[in-house]
Design a protein around this ligand. Structure first.
Ligand code: ADP
Ligand code: MG
Length: 208
């Protein structure tokens, strides 16, 4: 993958969020404060304006810039967590990577998700976006190390994202605003788990 792929990737991700705007808003309204989709849209709209600038950067610079943009424009718990993800991914690269292969991507994504866990003081099973992202990071790592064909790897990632997202429905929320509801948080899919799954699956479809 090259940074010249970024404009199309950003557009793909923005598009899937626009298509599911009402649904994601509804999920955050049910057990949060309802702003999750607006936060995502603000971040993605800013990234869209930076699209062409990103193509002239190497991967370390581009991921760093994406992270800083999300951190400063998105707002919400999700903004600082996504900012942390990309900034930590950038830290795993040298300042000269013009291409990003699957093994490198899987290792820096793992590092990024670990930094999110620290930042959010959270882990799998707490009804957050990490219930999507942790299984995706694990699936990506296992598949990349086994040198499986790209098509198999992509399917495995999508399945991990969907299973992880769905697992949040019956969970008790112990992090984020939904945790204020206690037992009443059960029976709703977490907004951040759904939006991250949508974005991962859109990226997978793009790569396939
Ligand atoms: P806010 O909760 O500040 O309104 P958003 O609505 O943008 O921010 O994002 C809410 C989502 O962020 C939740 O659905 C959940 O997935 C995720 N989230 C919230 N707190 C945490 C945390 N401590 N760790 C991981 N994810 C979290
Ligand atoms: Mg919210």
């Amino acid at each position: 993958m090259l940074t010249t792929d970024l404009p199309k990737l950003i557009a793909t991700v923005f598009n899937i969020i626009q298509q599911h705007e009402t649904e994601v808003a509804g999920l955050d309204q049910a057990i949060g404060d309802g702003d999750h989709v607006v936060n995502l849209q603000r971040g993605l709209a800013t990234l869209t304006t930076q699209s062409s600038e990103l193509t002239s950067l190497n991967w370390q610079q581009a991921l760093q810039k994406i992270g800083m943009t999300l951190m400063s424009t998105m707002g919400g718990a999700s903004g600082s967590l996504y900012g942390t993800l990309f900034i930590s991914m950038a830290k795993g690269l040298d300042d000269n990577n013009t291409t990003l292969d699957l093994k490198t991507l899987s290792s820096i994504f793992d590092q990024g998700v670990a930094a999110m866990k620290k930042r959010g003081k959270s882990d799998i099973g707490e009804k957050t976006m990490l219930d999507t992202l942790i299984p995706v990071a694990e699936a990506l790592n296992t598949a990349a190390q086994a040198n499986e064909p790209l098509a198999t790897i992509l399917t495995t990632i999508s399945e991990a994202a969907l299973t992880g997202m769905a697992s949040t429905e019956d969970m008790l929320a112990t992090k984020g605003r939904a945790s204020f509801l206690g037992e009443r948080s059960r029976g709703h899919i977490d907004a951040g788990a759904r939006s991250s799954q949508l974005m991962i699956c859109a990226i997978v479809d793009y790569l396939a």
